[in-house]
Design a protein around this ligand. Structure first.
Ligand SMILES: CC(C)(COP(=O)(O)OP(=O)(O)OC[C@H]1O[C@@H](n2cnc3c(N)ncnc32)[C@H](O)[C@@H]1OP(=O)(O)O)[C@@H](O)C(=O)NCCC(=O)NCCS
Length: 268
């Protein structure tokens, strides 16, 4: 593996549809990330990632990438370096876009900025967790970015004060984004969709969003979470991985699971 540079984010600025994407600099911009985090997740103060953590991430070779409409921060991505069994990687802990700016490609553009910066500094892997009930996030992570998932953590953070969690346990899939793999390079740099044989589908109905946010129907969302948790754990145990994601015209989502070959993680 190439040498990893321990400096903060070095990505150059890029403008997408009039929005500038660049690394955040200084306390004021980090504070704007904290404020946006509060707005997007509506966390209690106990759950909020504080300013200090943004400063630390910047100092220890993480990434704080922001999207700016003029001088106003309207999105950010926060990552910290990690080390698993000697393999250095970036763990992306948060990705947020202000509500009015969503679904215009900004979330994806910030992930691509993270990838460019990570590659420049010698990383070949970025990971993050995501809620398997979030159809939009799963689609973005697996289908649009080419991440895979083959690990599942039950109630990872304990119960959360975030409205987005809808009072359910914080179950998470771990997205692995093998930045230099044939799969990711093919998809992002050459426009080639990854090919694999689907052996199992795991469904998430479009109604999941309304079910989990309404106490009267939350039980239905909890049932789906429990059913899918069992399906994922059994599938991952058998060596399957989530390799793709489909959504239909109704908005229903489906994880597509197939065999993952460890060798595919690396560039050939
Ligand atoms: C997740 C988030 C950052 C995405 O940002 P964004 O700028 O809206 O994302 P993009 O526009 O780049 O991509 C979203 C994709 O999902 C698609 N999408 C939107 N709604 C969808 C839905 N209900 N089901 C499936 N896909 C959906 C969009 O069409 C787009 O795909 P496309 O590029 O093929 O059109 C943003 O929604 C957000 O801040 N959410 C709240 C916080 C969060 O959940 N963060 C992630 C976990 S840390």
């Amino acid at each position: 593996m190439a040498e990893i540079q321990a400096t903060g984010t070095q990505s150059t600025s890029q403008t997408v549809n009039g929005i500038e994407i660049r690394s955040c600099q200084g306390l004021e911009e980090f504070q704007a990330c904290v404020a946006l985090q509060k707005e997007v997740w509506n966390f209690s103060d106990a759950d909020l990632i504080p300013l200090r953590m943004f400063v630390v991430a910047d100092k220890i070779g993480g990434q704080i990438i922001g999207s700016f409409d003029g001088s106003q921060l309207i999105g950010f991505a926060l990552a910290i370096p990690g080390n698993r069994n000697g393999h250095l990687y970036l763990h992306s802990h948060m990705l947020a876009v202000r509500e009015q700016y969503r679904n215009h490609g900004l979330g994806r553009s910030m992930k691509l900025a993270q990838r460019r910066d990570a590659l420049k500094r010698g990383f070949d892997l970025m990971e993050w967790t995501f809620d398997p009930l979030e159809i939009k996030n799963a689609f973005l992570n697996l289908h649009r970015l080419g991440a895979i998932a083959r690990r599942y953590n039950i109630n990872q953070y304990g119960m959360s004060s975030s409205a987005l969690q809808g009072g359910l346990p914080t179950d998470r899939l771990i997205a692995e984004w093998w930045l230099r793999s044939k799969r990711v390079v093919g998809l992002l740099d050459e426009g080639r969709a990854p090919s694999f044989k689907t052996e199992l589908g795991i469904d998430v109905p479009a109604e999941i969003y309304t079910w989990k946010h309404d106490p009267a129907t939350r039980d239905r969302a909890a049932e789906i979470q429990l059913r899918n948790r069992q399906l994922f754990l059994a599938a991952f145990n058998q060596g399957l991985a989530a390799l793709g994601y489909d959504r239909d015209d109704r908005g229903d989502g489906r994880f597509l699971l197939g065999r993952w070959d460890e060798n595919w993680s690396y560039a050939s």
